[in-house]
Write a protein that binds this ligand. Structure first.
Ligand SMILES: Nc1ncnc2c1ncn2[C@@H]1O[C@H](COP(=O)(O)OP(=O)(O)OP(=O)(O)O)[C@@H](O)[C@H]1O
Length: 250
């Protein structure tokens, strides 16, 4: 469904990755694991269609996002949600923050249509807050939430507008085990809804828990991508094996 093929990306003279290929299907979770600074965020931003690759293509349901005009690309981008390492909520209520996702991501025509079915929007907000266990905090000011709760609201905001793909950049790296478990369950719910999820994580145990497939990003490319069990139990690539076993120190 969402696919990057042969993509390369540099910042100035600094190459981050080269000739990299990765894809996610509807209703699938793919984890990208790799050491800090290897390019996981850059890859996610490339998949989110917010960063143009120097080479290669990024397609959503077969449409090359960088071969179409700006407005068509924006329409494609609206179908992809992203959750960052740190929640960025504004000072309104929890519900307003979740609604904001719906408003920003919708096209004008969809927004006008939604005026006629406001209860539908309210349902989407309530349902996605239920997924992250915060339906009882709908009216609470977002700035009164704990860090973990704020991150759960960020997830609900991305889920509410029902994206085709959801990209999560280290979504639990600052969270305690309880909040981490809630986010991991919510990833399962997104998958059950048919959303394709890509999660960048440095936590291999998390990748094992949530992912159908794992991509290992080392140096300037993906050394191996495959079913989670295969990558952790029987990797074909020597560098992947060393990274998984902790022999490869960065
Ligand atoms: N806007 C930018 N300008 C210049 N260099 C950048 C920029 N963004 C990232 N980089 C560099 O690109 C490389 C990859 O960064 P990126 O943030 O994608 O890695 P990462 O795997 O997500 O790291 P981490 O796990 O620490 O968040 C790093 O060397 C980083 O310094």
């Amino acid at each position: 469904m969402l696919r990057a093929t042969g993509v390369s990306r540099s910042y100035g003279d600094e190459r981050v990755f080269r000739d990299l290929t990765i894809d996610v299907d509807a209703g699938e979770v793919v984890a990208v694991i790799g050491p800090s600074g290897v390019g996981k965020t850059t890859l996610l931003r490339t998949l989110a269609l917010s960063l143009e690759p120097d080479e290669g293509t990024v397609t959503l349901d077969g449409t090359d996002a960088w071969a179409v005009d700006e407005s068509a690309r924006l329409a494609l981008r609206r179908r992809v949600g992203m959750v960052f390492q740190e929640a960025s909520l504004f000072g309104g209520s929890v519900a307003r923050n979740v609604e904001y996702g719906l408003r920003v991501r919708r096209s004008w025509s969809e927004r006008i249509a939604s005026l006629f079915r406001l209860s539908g929007a309210a349902d989407a907000v309530h349902e996605s807050l239920e997924v992250v266990g915060l339906a009882d905090k709908t009216d609470q000011p977002a700035d009164s939430l704990s860090g973990g709760e704020a991150q759960r609201v960020s997830f609900a905001r991305a889920l509410a507008y029902d994206p085709d793909a959801l990209l999560l950049d280290e979504p639990t790296s600052d969270l305690d085990p309880r909040n981490t478990a809630v986010i991991e369950e919510a990833i399962g719910e997104a998958k059950a809804r048919g959303i394709g999820v890509v999660v960048a994580t440095h936590d291999m145990h998390q990748a094992e828990r949530v992912a159908d497939r794992v991509a290992v990003l080392l140096d300037d490319g993906i050394t191996e991508i495959g079913p989670t069990e295969e990558i952790f139990d029987d990797p074909a690539d020597e560098r992947t094996r060393k990274f998984i076993s902790g022999e490869l120190v960065y």
